[in-house]
Design a protein around this ligand. Structure first.
Ligand code: ZN
Ligand code: ZN
Length: 522
């Protein structure tokens, strides 16, 4: 029945038609009828190197999220159930866990104008003499300072004097500095400024931030905030390593890590912080400031410019941070040396209180346990792809749209469903097999079990993929036909990418809430 295509060809075909190339296959058992079905859910990868179709879908979803929140006229719903769990909740974050001892060194508030912060998140509207109302917003780019002059290819003019240590520390602490920007901006602008921002690498491999900001803020206020904002890192000093090479602290069962020569236990993380508190001469281990380069643009919702900016903001999301210079093979010798040198620096600096690299500086990491080796901390920040930026690439404030990504995904699926319904095309009810459907006795009707693809023989992968692609093509045809049949006057809105998307079934299970029953397999 199926043409026996080689696996590689099927993968290419799947990519060409926007079908996930490495779906998770579930075996779903209907406990009422006893029947079993194979159901695929897409892998949901955000990097194209892992799955191009899923990365593209994820980017499109982010574009929709960005577009929807940027020029809101009304306050978004403020309801915790719909708060994006991925969003930054810098105002509402748990404060209890924060260490309270360092009150003496609480961050100074920079010298900035302070206004009472209004409860609103929506910017002001302006009416033109012709009676048209505008609600302008902004597009802002924040950068880090210079670490030494660079050439057009991003490499230092004088590699020997380029400040790699500062570049690495700034990258590691960049998100905290950005949090401070938003806090200071809200106080200075007098309303709950909302943003959709993406962290990208510049050619010199330092992170910078592009942000869509709702509402217009005077340029002078933005400049003053960028100039005055800083973040102090109150960690133990970590300038000169105490243990290097094979001379590394050894684990003792009683006291944790100890000096390999003397057997003397190293101070624990808490002891190190206590010593820092008691030292009246201590200075922050590092202070992040922003660079002078600050790009500010006013944006009007109705202009094409807004859409161009949305595309720009999400342009590199499917690429890893370090890929900004291109694939490894394409790098010049100078670029490769620059990348290697920066990687060396981020590899051995501490990324967090729990970082294994604290052992290099004679301190036991927070939560020390056996097996920690300096230079091998598993946090993403240390690897060549991330170069210090191991955190989230997209930063969205809590009240940007007041919706989760799952809500946005469901919105998109609904557009397709409505288009098909309007044209009289039957919409398959994927919700039918959701894990939330219950039987009369209240127990879940459908049992979902991950089908172990590693143990699966290749022909089954082929079969599953071939059917998924065929399903996708049918959907595409149905959707295009439905769109064509819909009269232009009452046509439903086009989904932002104008590609067909499959059903928006309810999340299958907690841990896979990002995926959905995209396509049914045999
Ligand atoms: Zn995928
Ligand atoms: Zn680390």
């Amino acid at each position: 029945m199926f043409v026996a295509l080689p696996t590689e060809a099927i993968r290419e075909l799947a990519e060409a038609h926007g079908v996930c190339v490495r779906p998770v296959v579930h075996e779903v058992t209907d406990t009422v009828t006893g029947r079993t079905k194979m159901v695929c859910t897409p892998c949901g990868a955000t990097l194209a190197s892992k799955c191009p179709p899923c990365a593209q879908k994820s980017r499109i979803l982010r574009m929709q999220q960005c577009r929807e929140g940027w020029h809101l006229d009304d306050e978004p719903p403020d309801d915790d159930e719909h708060a994006d769990p991925d969003s930054n909740s810098e105002d509402e974050g748990p404060k209890a866990a924060r260490r309270v001892r360092s009150t003496r060194r609480r961050q100074d508030v920079p010298d900035l104008p302070r206004l009472p912060v209004d409860k609103r998140t929506v910017g002001s509207a302006f009416t033109s003499p012709a009676g048209k109302t505008y609600r302008p917003s902004m597009f802002v780019t924040l950068t880090l300072p210079s670490y030494g002059p660079v050439q057009p290819d991003g490499t230092p003019l004088h590699p020997a004097t380029y400040d790699y240590r500062r570049a690495a520390l700034d990258a590691l602490h960049f998100p905290k500095a950005i949090d401070r920007v938003w806090q200071n901006l809200r106080r200075a602008a007098g309303y709950q400024v909302q943003y959709f921002a993406s962290v990208e690498a510049q050619k010199r491999l330092a992170p910078h931030l592009h942000a869509a900001i709702r509402g217009a803020i005077p340029r002078e206020v933005l400049r003053a905030v960028a100039r005055a904002t800083y973040h102090q890192v109150w960690w133990p000093a970590h300038v000169t390593p105490v243990y290097t090479g094979a001379n590394t602290p050894a684990w003792e069962d009683e006291s944790g890590y100890a000096d390999p020569g003397t057997g003397q236990p190293l101070p624990t993380w808490d002891q190190a912080l206590d010593a820092l508190d008691d030292d009246l001469e201590a200075t922050p281990a590092h202070t992040v400031r922003l660079g002078k380069q600050l790009d500010i643009q006013g944006i009007i919702a109705t202009e094409d410019d807004a859409d161009r900016r949305v595309a720009y903001l999400t342009k590199y999301l499917a690429k890893s941070f370090g890929q900004v210079l291109g694939e490894s093979d394409d790098l010049t010798r100078r670029q490769k040396a620059h990348l290697d040198r920066l990687h060396l620096e981020v590899r051995y600096l501490p990324c967090s209180p729990r970082c294994w690299n604290w052992l290099r500086f004679g301190i036991q990491p927070d939560g020390a346990k056996p097996g920690m080796v300096p230079g091998s901390c598993p946090a993403k920040a240390h690897d060549r792809e991330h170069l210090g930026c191991g955190g989230r690439r997209v930063l969205v404030s809590r009240k940007w749209t007041g919706k989760t990504l799952t809500d946005h995904r469901a919105d998109r699926a609904e557009v397709v469903r409505q288009t098909l319904l309007a044209a009289g095309v039957e919409v398959p009810d994927f919700q039918r097999m959701s894990a939330h459907v219950t039987r009369d006795d209240g127990r879940p009707r459908f049992e979902w079990k991950i089908w172990n693809a590693l143990e699966a023989p290749t022909p089954i992968y082929r079969q599953v993929m071939t059917r998924t692609i065929a399903e996708k093509l049918r959907w595409k045809a149905d959707y295009e036909a439905a769109k064509a049949r819909a009269s232009p006057a009452n046509a439903p809105p086009r989904p932002p990418d104008s590609q067909p998307i499959s059903s928006g079934a309810a999340p299958v299970r907690g841990e896979r809430s990002e995926s959905r029953s995209d396509t049914k397999c045999p």
